[in-house]
Design a protein around this ligand. Structure first.
Ligand code: G3H
Length: 199
């Protein structure tokens, strides 16, 4: 059974400023994660090759700089997929939660009352993200190779919850930490999970 790995991008400049969305670059810590991730994947590939298997891994990243940079040191084929981009926060893109609370308290309240269906003005809801991921999930099922997905918290919440067969109402609240590689191995029912904290 082939593993599917999920990881958020390394820490970005916006993460460090607690801002949502944007297209900022990695911080130094984020870049360290990118290096460690590449080492981890290459060690995994060497191990399976020693056991006589092909060590090929397909790397799928979002189209955002922080995800592409997180995969930059991995020497395996990479595909950029816009479907993996972070939830579009519309008019709130680039703001902190504190700023949203102060400038748009109604938006904050609406989101709190229904986080799954709440759509940012000129942006997306979790329901929208779940829908845009559907073709990618079909592709994931068709691909027989191990796949490493480098994406973002909201998007990964949706993928993780689908792969674990969770109800979608839970998905906006799942915790997908930074600098952690989640390994899911599909089994007859659901997935076996192992996590690796890399830095
Ligand atoms: O957009 C930033 C986060 O990755 C999503 O977090 O949906 O809990 O606000 P949130």
């Amino acid at each position: 059974p082939r593993p599917i790995w999920l990881t958020r991008h390394g820490e970005s400049e916006f993460n460090a400023q607690e801002r949502i969305g944007g297209d900022s670059d990695l911080t130094e810590r984020g870049d360290t994660y990118a290096h460690q991730l590449a080492v981890w994947i290459s060690e995994w590939a060497s191990k399976v090759r020693a056991d006589g298997y092909d060590g090929e891994v397909v790397v799928w990243t979002s189209s955002l700089k922080r995800a592409i940079r997180t995969a930059q040191y991995i020497s395996q084929p990479k595909v950029v997929m816009r479907a993996l981009d972070e939830i579009d926060a519309g008019i709130c893109d680039g703001m902190t939660y504190q700023e949203i609370q102060e400038k748009m308290p109604d938006e904050r309240a609406a989101r709190e009352s229904d986080k799954l269906q709440y759509r940012y003005p000129r942006g997306e809801s979790y329901e929208d993200v779940i829908q845009r991921l559907e073709p990618l999930l079909l592709e994931l099922e068709r691909t027989k190779l191990p796949v490493l997905i480098v994406s973002h918290q909201a998007t990964l919440r949706c993928l993780y919850s689908y792969l674990h067969g969770k109800v979608k109402e839970e998905c906006p609240f799942l915790n997908i930490p930074l600098h952690t590689l989640i390994q899911l191995t599909p089994k007859a029912y659901g997935c076996e999970e192992t996590t690796f904290k890399l830095c």
